[in-house]
Ligand binder design. Structure first.
Ligand SMILES: [Zn+2]
Length: 616
């Protein structure tokens, strides 16, 4: 039954070959010269006090919007097609109007927002390398004031203050999570001709989309924290598809990040904020850096239900599923135990999906499942229930399993250099399943599923005791040695070495929230038996790719959370600096119009076999 899937392995991850480095696209740098490169303004004229955004029903009379009910009922109604503009002035009017339309359409949404930041230090050989990192995850309320509610308990909550930018003081760097997501809009309240000058620059293609490019400068005395930079406007609906710049002028002792903000045409008629890249610092000779970092902000889960009290009714579901068990008899004790575990597994998977943390089942799972199948078949593992896989949508590197479902984070899939390394991290979880280390059964009680999304991490957890971790590692190595990946364990060793090299400086990336960490206190503790395998790590060897940058493999649709493999053409690595293991890079999504940019599903194993590119 399973054998047909057996050894079609290698090619599956055609895009998983080490060459699939991210295209370090040429970042258009046509930014107007800011008076001071690092100092920019704070979007401050939000007089709104930090309103408590908790569970605010959508209809209170405070909303000035004329028909909130209509806006809610049909938020995705397409805008009426605009008459074709004949002058640049008309174009400006159109995109201002479209921007206000977008703000209104998204005002009922509370997407998930994740920011991952790496502090940088200069390395003589590798250039700027990470010296530390920070991680923020929350839900962003896109209503009256853009606000975020965070999933992580320990993170700085002072972002509730209205400081939008990054640094509170020059030498004591404090990152405000909200600062990174501020550039979802150019200006939430005053994006108009009274506050801004718009100057047409040129035409330019972004991906498949032809754009008109405008430089945007705040008018004198229009207030602090105005957008200063450049916008790209697509030439059919005249929606802004990209913003690049910062805010100006900055209040005393505050700074605004430079940001590059991208939108995707995920619903008809609207381009939805999806990725924001931020970067500060200057590594040219003579510059004394007080701060340098790069950060990726990802937004997804736009189509999620609003978390909070007003959502309680949606958690009561009536299932009309009929009993499909093959016999009419009562379950035996062992059967009952298995059904119970399945119930717990289903509960957890559903709850994590509803919280916007797990991608719905999709293309990436097909790849993961094939790798798991390869391990199972070659080890004669026959489990009573099939092993399933799912992708956790977050960046920190982690895996865990609940029941027979193996979960792996998007960030981890991104950085793994090849299929053998993927098999290695999956084998550890498969080993837990084979050894019966089942943790999740308490989640078969449904009351344990009733919590707000932003307390997911306090309510769910799948960490094993050290003895089970060691037993799983031992079993995993056994499984790998019997598998088609046995000849490629050198690559796994290299990955573990690269991870060890960076483990001390990337503690946020290695802090897991649901499963056991791959490394603790700067030391890798996963699959240590394989860590000495393979050649020594050597940065000067350009063909030795031990780990990839973040963001190179898995692409998430920010509207429906579906994950798919990225298709990027391999870019030749020309220096050690091109490798960027575990690093944050700018975003350069290939823009496409709604309905035209739907990527073909990942190649089926049989067709991909021809151009197997895995292994190095
Ligand atoms: Zn484990």
């Amino acid at each position: 039954m399973r054998t047909w899937k057996a050894i079609l392995t290698a090619a599956l991850l055609a895009s998983m070959s080490a060459a699939a480095q991210q295209a370090a696209g040429s970042q258009p740098s046509a930014q107007p010269p800011a008076p001071d490169a690092t100092q920019t303004a704070q979007p401050s004229q939000q007089p709104a006090p930090a309103t408590d955004q908790q569970a605010q029903p959508a209809q209170p009379a405070t909303t000035p919007a004329a028909q909130p009910a209509a806006a809610q009922a049909a938020p995705l109604a397409q805008p009426a097609p605009a008459p074709a503009p004949t002058t640049m002035d008309q174009v400006v009017n159109l995109f201002i109007e479209r921007e206000h339309g977008l703000i209104k359409v998204l005002s009922t949404r509370t997407p998930v927002v994740e920011t991952y930041l790496q502090n940088l230090t200069a390395d003589p050989q590798l250039g700027p390398v990470p010296s530390g990192d920070h991680y923020f995850l929350g839900r962003m309320d896109m209503g009256e004031t853009v606000d975020r509610k965070d999933y992580l308990k320990e993170q700085d909550t002072s972002m509730q203050a209205r400081l939008m930018g990054g640094f509170a003081k020059l030498y004591k760097v404090q990152y405000q999570p909200l600062g990174f997501s501020w550039m979802v809009y150019a200006d939430r309240t005053d994006f108009d001709r009274e506050h801004y000058d718009f100057r047409y620059a040129r035409r330019e293609f972004l991906g498949d989309v032809r754009c008109l490019v405008f430089d945007v400068t705040p008018k004198p005395k229009s207030g602090r924290g105005r957008f200063l930079g450049r916008i790209w406007v697509e030439d059919q609906g005249f929606n802004i598809v990209r913003l690049n710049g910062t805010y100006y002028p900055a209040p005393r002792n505050s700074y605004f990040f430079h940001m590059d903000s991208w939108r995707l045409n995920l619903i008809p008629g609207y381009w939805v904020p999806s990725f924001i890249y931020s970067e500060e610092g200057d590594f040219s000779a003579g510059v004394k850096n007080k701060m340098a970092f790069k950060a990726q902000t990802r937004i997804w889960g736009y189509d999620l239900k609003k978390g909070g009290k007003d959502d309680e009714l949606t958690q009561i579901r009536v299932d009309s599923v009929t009993d499909e068990s093959p016999t009419a008899q009562d379950a035996s004790p062992l059967q009952a135990e298995r059904v119970w575990q399945q119930q717990a597994e289903d509960n957890v998977v559903e709850r994590l999906t509803n919280a916007g943390l797990l991608a719905p089942e999709g293309d990436v799972d097909r790849i993961l499942q094939t790798v798991v199948n390869n391990l199972e078949v070659t080890n004669n593992i026959d489990l009573p229930r099939p092993v399933r896989t799912r992708v956790l949508l977050t960046s920190p590197l982690e895996t865990f399993s609940v029941g027979n479902t193996i979960v792996i984070s998007r960030g981890l899939v991104d950085v793994l250099p090849d299929e053998a390394s993927l098999a290695a991290v999956l084998s550890h979880e498969l080993a837990h399943i084979v050894l019966g280390h089942n943790l999740g059964s308490k989640f078969a009680f449904n009351d344990r599923m009733l919590f707000n999304d932003d307390s997911t991490y306090q309510n769910l957890g799948f960490k094993h005791i050290p003895e089970e971790e060691q037993a799983a590692d031992k079993k995993a190595v056994e499984l790998l040695k019997n598998s088609p990946y046995a000849q490629k364990l050198d690559n796994v060793g290299l990955f573990l070495k690269a991870l060890q090299l960076r483990a001390g400086s990337l503690s946020a990336l290695l802090t897991t929230h649901l499963g056991n960490p791959l490394a603790e206190n700067g030391t890798v503790n996963r699959l240590t038996a394989l860590a000495t395998q393979g050649p020594a790590l050597d940065n000067s060897k350009l063909d030795q790719i031990a780990a990839l940058p973040l963001g190179g493999r898995v692409k998430v649709n920010p509207w429906d959370d579906k994950a798919e493999m990225v298709k990027t053409a391999p870019v030749a690595i020309t220096s050690a600096r091109d490798k960027m293991p575990f690093e944050v890079t700018p975003f350069f999504p290939r823009l496409a119009r709604y309905g035209t940019g739907v990527a073909a599903p990942v190649a089926a194993p049989t067709t991909a076999a021809a151009n197997s590119g895995s292994g190095n």
